[in-house]
Design a protein around this ligand. Structure first.
Ligand code: MN
Length: 210
């Protein structure tokens, strides 16, 4: 029987400073109840794990980096990027915890190479939703100290290149992976839907997210 192709998935969502607190609550599981996201099974939250642990509030992590680099900011600047990394659900079927850890550890190593370790302030793997996934947050500060998500994420062609590189990197450790669609910059709800329902998205948005 033909096996469904398995892909490594990479998505970016750009944020101003405003949503830092709400995203932190989701990523770091600081709330006790998640009525807005029924996919969270809190009995499994103990299996979530950090690859990079934040040392202070997200907002503080962001402000500290921007200040240290001396970046100029505008009201509409992207202050941080929420990166969602996962794979086709089939990829995770039957994999040991060690393998799942290895997958996301590789993904973080890739992101460190691409955006610089110093920009990343949190990388946490959620095992308590439908499909294991990594939320990695970073400040888009260039090597010469400018805040520019535009430059770091790039245009359509550069996003396609991101996906090429990501796929090539992940394939070294996990040869089963096939090149998937291009990396995407999405609006939050779109990112959620794309990951939850890879087939035609159903109408309506749910709050919360993956
Ligand atoms: Mn999540």
């Amino acid at each position: 029987m033909a096996q469904k192709a398995q892909h490594a998935i990479l998505r970016f969502v750009k944020h101003k400073a405003g949503p830092a607190g709400a995203l932190e609550a989701h990523h770091e599981r600081t709330k006790e109840k998640y009525a807005s996201n029924p996919d969270i099974d809190i009995s499994k939250s103990k299996d979530n794990f950090h690859i990079i642990q934040p040392t202070q509030k997200y907002r503080k992590e962001i402000d500290t980096r921007i200040k240290a680099a001396g970046c100029r900011t505008r009201k509409d600047s992207t202050m941080f990027v929420d990166t969602l990394i996962t794979a086709s659900p089939e990829f995770f079927t039957g994999r040991s915890k060690k393998e799942v850890q290895a997958y996301f550890t590789e993904a973080v190593a890739f992101m460190e190479k691409k955006v610089g370790r110093g920009n990343i302030f949190s990388a946490v793997v959620h095992m308590d939703e439908k499909t294991p996934h990594l939320h990695l947050c970073f400040t888009p500060i260039t090597k010469d100290g400018r805040l520019s998500a535009k430059e770091i994420l790039g245009n359509r062609a550069q996003l396609s290149q991101w996906q090429d590189e990501f796929h090539a990197y992940m394939k070294k450790a996990f040869p089963v992976l096939k090149r998937g669609e291009s990396a995407l910059v999405t609006k939050r709800n779109m990112a959620v839907q794309a990951v939850r329902r890879p087939d035609p998205p159903a109408a309506g948005h749910r709050k919360g997210g993956i």
